[in-house]
Design a protein around this ligand. Sequence first.
Ligand SMILES: *Cc1c(COP(=O)(O)O)cnc(C)c1O
Length: 340
Amino acid sequence: MIDLRSDTVTKPDDVMREAASTATVGDDVYGEDPTVNDLEARAAELVGTEAALYVPSGTMGNQIAARVHTERGQEVLADRKSHVVKYELGGLAQHADLQVRMLETERGVPSPDQIAGEYVAEDLHRPGTGLLCLENTHNARGGLAIAPEKIAAAADAARERDVPVHLDGARLFNAATALTVPASELTDPVDSVMFCLSKGLGAPVGSMLAGSEDFVERARRTRKLLGGGMRQAGIIAAPGLQALENVSDLETDHEHARLLADGLAEISGFDVQEPETNIVLVDVAGTGLETEAVLERLEERDVLATPFGPTTIRFCTHRDASREHIQTALETVKNTFEAV
Ligand SMILES: *Cc1c(COP(=O)(O)O)cnc(C)c1O
């Protein structure tokens, strides 16, 4: 089976398993797990913040950030297709008592004019805008790498109005790699950032939530509230530390995505979006088939991808899919659809 559904399917390698088995641990709820403490320090250093917090998932990281930055009933500004809006079970409402003002944006980033226009000042009748949430890379828009100037322009427009900014950087290092900038250039303009260890970086579990010391102290309490306080978490934090060594491998995933996209584009009826990182979106409407029918045919031939709309499929490259795997997958898709 060649599994290109997601970069979350990567399994811990031998280095990670070894790190887990030899990790020094303690009770992290008491702040006594040296491995977690190392991971948090290293993560903060990488994204240029004062502090960072290890959280069980990216979703929890985003939800904690939303709750810490805001007050009940406030509005969040977010792109219509952002992960916090589409894929977190309405958590902004459930965990942070927020309502979302969804924006139709270009490339997933609200412009400064849009932010100025959609901002709501608090008064007797209006709840006020409490947060701007950005995403990089932008998953649902096809792994777009958002340039630092765009992030900074949006963040500045929010912060001028005293609105804090959270960056959902689940694939932050894919963005930094594609744009050839240090990750900190993408995070400097924002108040908090979440990034996943468990996606392209290959860790079995976990994400990091980073920001100022004050923010992280409050985030730690909220993590406990949500049931995310973990005890001898060094066992899973140790592979997380190893995952931070894998940043430089992401470029290979991006090369593989380009290889895949170029090949898929040769198939008639496949409309392929040019990949910027490790995600390839394909609109299969031209085949006359819907997503599920296409995915079924591929699965019969041992290739997996993800449904992303009635006629849209997402392929995601990752460190457990080699160049040979990508070539085999490509041959399979070509054979399957030339036969239609
Ligand atoms: C995967 C993802 C998340 C959530 O991460 P989980 O660890 O799966 O909860 C958040 N935002 C984006 C953009 C993602 O792609």
